[in-house]
Design a protein around this ligand. Structure first.
Ligand SMILES: C[S@@+](CC[C@H](N)C(=O)[O-])C[C@H]1O[C@@H](n2cnc3c(N)ncnc32)[C@H](O)[C@@H]1O
Length: 279
C-alpha cells in the first residue's frame, strides 16, 4: 500500500541499516509509523514500540492488530465521517485512509468496486489485503502501538534504543495540513529532539529519513527516489537520505552500518535535490 512519501517501495537501504546484526537485541522504536511499511520488516529486536500522532491512523492500526474484519464506507458516510469523526472513530478511520484518495487523510472518496465498475483497481480492497498482511506479520502483531507525538519520547524515558524516524518531509504541502498536528510539522523542534535523543544521557541510535538536514547531521546511506506527482507521466527525482547525528559517527555501530552500505548506497555531496522530469 503506497502513498506519497511512504516507504512501501525503495526502502531496502533503510531495512539493511535497521536489521544490521549489530543492533540485534535492542529495543526498537518508530515514532512516525504511518502504514508500518518499515516496522513490519524489522527483525531481531528485544521489543517493538510504534506510534504516530494521527489519532485515526492509530485507531486503524490497533484494529488491524486485533482483527481481519474490515469496514465498508459509502460516499455519503465518508462525507459525514469527515465532518464528525468522533461519532464512530473506527469507521472514520476506514473513511480517512482506506476509502481516501492515495490513502491520504480524508483526501477525497475512493470507492469500492461498485463505484469503480469501469476502473481496473479497487483501492479499498487492495488496502484491506495489505491490512491482513500486517495482521499476520510477527513484528507488527507483537508491537506496542501508541497514539502520541514523537516528542513524548524523552531522554528521561527512552535510552539505549534503536529509533527510526520517517517524519513528514519538511516543506511538502501534502503533510503540512493533512495530519492532526497543529500548525504542521515544526522541523527545527524535531532536529533539536533528535540531537537530545542521540547524545548522553539518552544514547539512542536515532536514524532519520529526510531530503536534507542541519549541518551537524551526517549521511549514512542515500537512495534516489522517483516519485509520481500530479499530472500524467510526471515524476520527481529526489535524493532520500538516512541521517544520524555527528556524535554517533565514530561509534562501532555506525561504522559497521556505513561499511555495509557504502558501495550500494553511497552518500553524494549534494543534499538538496528536487528536479522535475516529464516522461
Ligand atoms: C512519511 S509518514 C511515515 C510513513 C511510514 N514510514 C510508512 O512507510 O508508512 C509521516 C508520519 O508522521 C506522522 N506525524 C506527523 N506529525 C507527527 C508528530 N508530531 N508525531 C508523531 N507522528 C507525526 C504522520 O501522521 C505520518 O503518519
Amino acid at each position: 500500500m503506497a502513498y506519497l512519501g511512504g516507504k512501501a517501495t525503495g526502502s531496502q537501504h533503510i531495512i539493511k541499516i535497521l536489521n544490521n546484526k549489530i543492533f540485534n537485541g535492542m529495543p526498537y522504536i518508530e515514532p512516525f509509523v504511518g502504514y508500518a511499511h518499515i516496522l513490519r520488516r524489522i527483525t531481531g529486536k528485544s521489543s517493538y514500540v510504534a506510534s504516530d500522532s494521527n489519532q485515526l491512523l492509530m485507531v486503524l492500526l490497533k484494529h488491524i492488530q486485533k482483527s481481519k474484519e474490515h469496514l465498508s464506507v459509502s460516499a455519503d458516510e465518508y462525507k459525514q465521517l469527515r465532518l464528525h469523526p468522533d461519532i464512530d472513530p473506527l469507521k472514520a478511520a476506514y473513511a480517512a485512509f482506506t476509502y481516501s484518495y492515495n490513502g491520504k487523510y480524508f483526501a477525497g472518496y475512493t470507492g469500492n468496486s461498485r463505484f469503480l465498475a469501469n476502473k481496473a483497481r479497487n483501492y479499498p480492497a487492495e488496502r484491506k489485503r495489505y491490512y491482513n498482511k500486517l495482521h499476520d506479520n510477527e513484528t507488527f502483531s507483537s508491537c506496542t502501538l501508541k497514539t502520541r507525538s514523537y516528542n513524548m519520547y524523552t531522554p528521561e524515558n527512552t535510552r539505549n534504543s534503536l529509533i527510526y524516524c520517517d517524519p513528514p518531509y519538511a516543506g511538502t504541502a501534502e503533510y503540512k495540513n493533512s495530519f492532526n498536528f497543529d500548525g504542521g510539522f515544526a522541523a527545527e523542534d524535531f532536529w533539536n529532539w533528535v540531537r537530545s535523543m542521540s547524545t548522553s544521557p539518552a544514547n539512542n541510535f536515532v536514524f532519520v529519513s529526510e531530503y536534507s538536514a542541519p549541518e551537524d547531521f551526517v549521511c549514512v546511506a542515500q537512495q534516489t527516489k522517483h516519485q509520481s506527482i500530479a499530472g500524467r507521466g510526471a515524476t520527481r527525482k529526489r535524493e532520500e537520505i538516512v541521517f544520524v547525528h555527528k556524535s554517533l559517527v565514530h561509534t562501532p555501530e555506525i561504522a559497521a552500518v556505513r561499511q555495509n552500505l557504502a558501495k550500494s548506497y553511497p552518500c553524494n555531496k549534494t543534499r538538496k535535490s528536487s528536479s522535475i522530469n516529464k516522461n
